[in-house]
Design a protein around this ligand. Sequence first.
Ligand code: ZN
Ligand code: ZN
Length: 656
Amino acid sequence: MGLKNLKRMIKITLPDGSIKEFAKSTTPIDVAKSISEGLARNVISASFNGSTIETSTELTTDGSLILYTWNDKEGKKAFWHSTSHVMAQALEEIYPGIKLTLGPAIDNGFYYDVDFGDQKIVEADFKKIEDRVLEISREKHEFKMRPVTKAEALAIYKDNEYKTELISNLEDGTITFCDHSNFFDLCRGGHIPNTGIIKAMKIMSVAGAYWRGDEKNKQLTRVYGISFPKQKDLTDYLELLEEAKRRDHRKLGKELELFTFSQKVGQGLPLWLPKGAALRDRLEQFLKRAQKKAGYEQVVTPHIGQKELYVTSGHYAKYGADSFQPIHTPAEGEEFLLKPMNCPHHCEIYNNKPWSYKDLPKRYAEFGTVYRYEQSGELHGLTRVRGFTQDDAHIFCTPDQLDSEFKKVIDLVLYVFGSLGFENFTAQVSVRDLDNPDKYIGSIENWEKAENAIISAARDKGLNYVIESGEAAFYGPKLDFMVKDALGRSWQLGTIQVDYNLPERFELTYKGADDKLHRPIMIHRAPFGSMERFIAILLEHTAGNFPLWLMPEQAIILSLSEKYENYAKKVLELLENHEIRALIDNRNETIGKKIRDAEVQKMPFMLIVGEEEANNGTISVRRHGQEGKGNITVTIDEFAKIVNEEIAKTLKTFEV
Ligand SMILES: [Zn+2]
Ligand SMILES: [Zn+2]
């Protein structure tokens, strides 16, 4: 017998890098206990050497262990997937003879695809199912994995063609069932210790779903559910969903008359209404002003480009076959593509003339509209569209300038976030996977330089950042901002991407101090990302109450009756002199109705004018959402001061 087999201790590496020795066959729960009892109580899932395991799985080799609680994404995944087993059990009891298929966890909860045969699940039954799930949960059944031979598994599921298909594709010796209570299911694993911690569960909806997502297959019923370790978590979640519905940008966009879609024009192609166009324009002007200060030059490029351009850039390989197809002209062999990216055009702008290192960096900016094909099922309001405008810019610089250019871009992104009320964000630095050097193009020296530049920029700018190994694109490292909105949802905004690939493909050069030709480095950046998606996020974040400087209209003048119409016009003129955007509601409606409509329109200030105001040259000011509290009567000059002070609080001047 070799020494190895005698080994009774294993070395476990924890996420903080510490290594601890444990007896062979220690379980994740044992490891948690060795850290603290509190942790052991909260651990609900674990992964070992990158694979999800049960908290009761015996560890027999050295390796890296991560323990998950409800607060981790992986913990929630185990929690929700485990609940799908319990729900499946309840469904089998309530609808005998149904065929279970697959029941994975999703971003928010889980689903189970079920063939209900002749039976039908209806909303009126949801409560009964939920109650049964909680009843089973309270019985604190352990989830236990059990290996099963292929022959056994096929025999057990001989009446279930779906499970039979799944099992047929598995290797004998790798098949496991998960048992809890008197229920079992074909499963790879990844469960919470027992059902007892499921304290709240709700069925969210049912929908049709084809087996394996293929419409040629039979349509099953997908039962969506979610569960929580506390009743209050469920209540909070449902409230959040309601609030998200109220803030849905598609709903607000309609109410505020910002944008629309037309079946005639085509799916996924937003049409911007005058108010929305003005909003976009204001955002563009805001960024253009800051970019001008930061040394960007504005360029303009066409919406199409020769197919060859995208073959050179590599975008054709990426977007070609699965995207909009080439446009042909009457000329033989001429092919154009709708541009999916602005970068190739900007590379050719750079190539317009030779550059010296003294000329760099060059920073080309363009609000460039691009087109990408998305399947109609994937389209969603302004967040998934087929045509959108990027606030794009490309910086061409020397390796030595990368550090300072990166910092300048971070400054610009932070300025954008600050001016638009996004205060809660973190950054992610995506670097190489050092074990796979062949995956990346560009010299090791350049990669090191770029990664160090990004990390030091993130640190110097005081960002709260994490470094993710192996997350870099093959052509360069990047920095992403993850922004939390008012509902606590995360959005990726303001990506800054280093690129060694396009300068190579487009043979970009500059003459160095050594008189030799060198490749510049390219930085792609877009603080908003796209105007469409950004406005959607901003709408949901602010519920339509944009920062005052951005509001399509900042005030509405409501006259108490026709008698004061002339005075209302005079007020409007004075406000215009102060560059305050206002309009008059001169409909023949009651003041109460006018106020209610202005509230729906999220009008920041309602300016009421009647006899007293007309006589004194004043306005009575009502703030949106304040229900008349704090109404004040002021002169136009005083009001202009209030508006300007509020604007100055969010919209600062960009300092370079
Ligand atoms: Zn399972
Ligand atoms: Zn680009």
